[in-house]
Structures are given as C-alpha cells and as structure tokens.
Design a protein around this ligand. Sequence first.
Ligand SMILES: NC(=O)c1ccc[n+]([C@@H]2O[C@H](COP(=O)([O-])OP(=O)(O)OC[C@H]3O[C@@H](n4cnc5c(N)ncnc54)[C@H](O)[C@@H]3O)[C@@H](O)[C@H]2O)c1
Length: 342
Amino acid sequence: MASGSSNGDTQKKAPTPSPLRNSKYFQSNMRILITGGAGFIGSHLVDRLMENEKNEVIVADNYFTGSKDNLKKWIGHPRFELIRHDVTETLLVEVDQIYHLACPASPIFYKHNPVKTIKTNVIGTLNMLGLAKRVGARILLTSTSEVYGDPLVHPQTEDYWGNVNPIGVRSCYDEGKRVAETLMFDYHRQHGIEIRVARIFNTYGPRMNIDDGRVVSNFIAQALRGEPLTVQLPGTQTRSFCYVSDMVDGLIRLMEGDNTGPINIGNPGEFTMMELAETVKELIDQDVTIKVVENTPDDPRQRKPVITKAKELLGWEPKVSLREGLPLMEEDFRQRLGISKK
Ligand SMILES: NC(=O)c1ccc[n+]([C@@H]2O[C@H](COP(=O)([O-])OP(=O)(O)OC[C@H]3O[C@@H](n4cnc5c(N)ncnc54)[C@H](O)[C@@H]3O)[C@@H](O)[C@H]2O)c1
C-alpha cells in the first residue's frame, strides 16, 4: 500500500507478485500472440521468435491440425504460454503483435468441415481484429496464393484479383481468406489498425502433417513407405515450393517492416507435379514408381509468385532450394515414421 495512505499503515510494502518477476525472462519488451502456433508454420515461427530474449510468446490453438508435440521444447519456458483456444471465440490478452495463422491449410482438413473452415477465416479474423483494436496491437494475416484461384495471369503479382470459384469445394478456404483480407483492410481504413497481409505460396518442411494430402508430404511419405508416388492428372500443373525457414523469415520481416501488403511470400522456382515426383524419387528411393491418378475439383493449373515486392520492400528472397530442403524434410519424416535410411 502506498505510504501516507489514509488508514495510517505507512510501513507495508507492496507484495512482490512473483520471484520470477525480476528474472531476465520478464525483461521482454514485446509480447506476441500466434494463433495456430501449434501447426506447421506456426511452430517454426515460435522457434524463431523465442530465440530473441526480448520476446514473450503466447500461442492460441484448438489443435485441429496442430499438436502440442510441435511446441514441446517450449512448454514450461517462462517466456512461453500455450492456450487451448478456438479463434471463433473471443480472446482477450494484452499483446503488442498478433500473427494470425489459425486455419487448416491442407485441403483434406479444410474440406472435412467447410462450415468450420469459413467460420475460422471470417469470425476468427474478426475476433483477432477486434483484439488488435482493443489492445492496439499490430496484426499479420497469413493469407494464401489460393486467393488467386485458378489464375488467368501467370506468374501472379499482388495486384491480380484472382479467378476464384465462389461455390466450389475449396471456396471455404480461398473465399474465406479473401474475406479475411477484406476485413483486415476495412479495419485498417476504418479504425486505423496496423495490419500486415502475407500471401503465402506452398510451403514445406519438417513437422508437416504426414498424410495430410499436400503434395510434398504425400510424395515423401509414399517414397519412404516404398509406395507409388501418386501424381494427379494431368501432372503438368505447376507449384512453387518455399522452405519453412525462408517463410518464417519473410513473415517476421513483413511484421517488422512498414508495409501493409498484401505481399507474396513464396519461392518462384516453378515445378510441374511430375518434376516434383521425379525429384523425390531421385533423392529418396529410385525404385519407387510414379502412378497417375484422377485430380480433385478446382485444382489450379499453375502457381508461381512474383516476389519483386518482397525483395524491394522487405529485402527478402528465399535461400533454400528444393533440393536442399527435401532432404531436411525426409529426415524428419523418417524419424516420425520410424523408417531408417537403407
Ligand atoms: N503451408 C502452406 O503451404 C500454406 C500456404 C498458404 C497459406 N498458408 C497459411 O498459413 C497458415 C498456417 O498454415 P500451416 O501450413 O502451418 O497449417 P497447419 O494446419 O499446420 O496449422 C494451422 C494451425 O491452426 C490451428 N487452427 C485451425 N483452426 C483453428 C481455430 N478455429 N482456432 C484455433 N486454432 C485453429 C490448427 O490446429 C493448426 O495448429 C494458415 O493460415 C494457412 O492458411 C499455409
């Protein structure tokens, strides 16, 4: 109690809230919330942000596609907190920055419960923007190259508005992200919220869900199990693949920089699905076969980012090539599948 208070109790000192209060862990000057931080990209982002002793990191995740396992090395750390939370519900925490990643990214999962996916994109983003507004935090949304749909412009620049089917089976994800971007810019214009929008292109690396239907994880798991690599028709459709450490670097630069975006973050190296299968086969097991299978509806024919904006505004470009990144992912998948190298 303050000295000279009216009840005459002048001796009593204010209690110390916790002995840890004065430890180095509370000298942080940035408290950061990561929604979806137990997922693939989110957990790598946690690793990178936790390297800085000035950061306190809070993860909010409902574990739909993420796992505590991805964060096990931080659980119990004084600068780290993990909250089981669904972003479709409101959350109040005092933070300086919000990385809003929560949303299933793989078609198998986002199509599993499309209504929930669109709620996560729309209501979840509204809730996080509401939080940013209340506490004055800067917020970054991980949007997606899917906002370009099946693009009529190739490669894709940020000013291309996209060619998206509004009523297809993927719409819960791509239209959901488009609304999320709209919400970000409306809150920015109407309420002056500091926003950052990243348009992420295909990203791969350790901790991806095995068997989640994404092409790189599919091919690696199939090659390790000695199963045929299933290339969806026609096999000439292209994607570009960014290694996760490059992605995390790009997201942090975007958050720390002065630009709202949207900014494409991805690796412009373009591969057909057949080329990717051949590369995985060559690197992992030359005896596996390649099998052509039916495709899923609305699968885009081509995807390749123009990253001029990222280069000029963020000083960012990817460093890890596909041939360097695939073996790192192979090692992680081997460990998790319990398959040692021949
Ligand atoms: N990986 C890619 O290639 C890629 C490409 C484009 C965009 N993105 C975007 O990046 C973000 C992260 O993707 P990822 O690959 O790490 O996916 P992921 O599925 O591994 O991670 C998503 C995380 O969000 C959590 N989550 C889902 N719904 C939630 C909800 N309602 N409330 C709270 N948590 C919820 C999941 O449990 C998971 O931990 C996503 O927003 C995704 O749309 C990823």
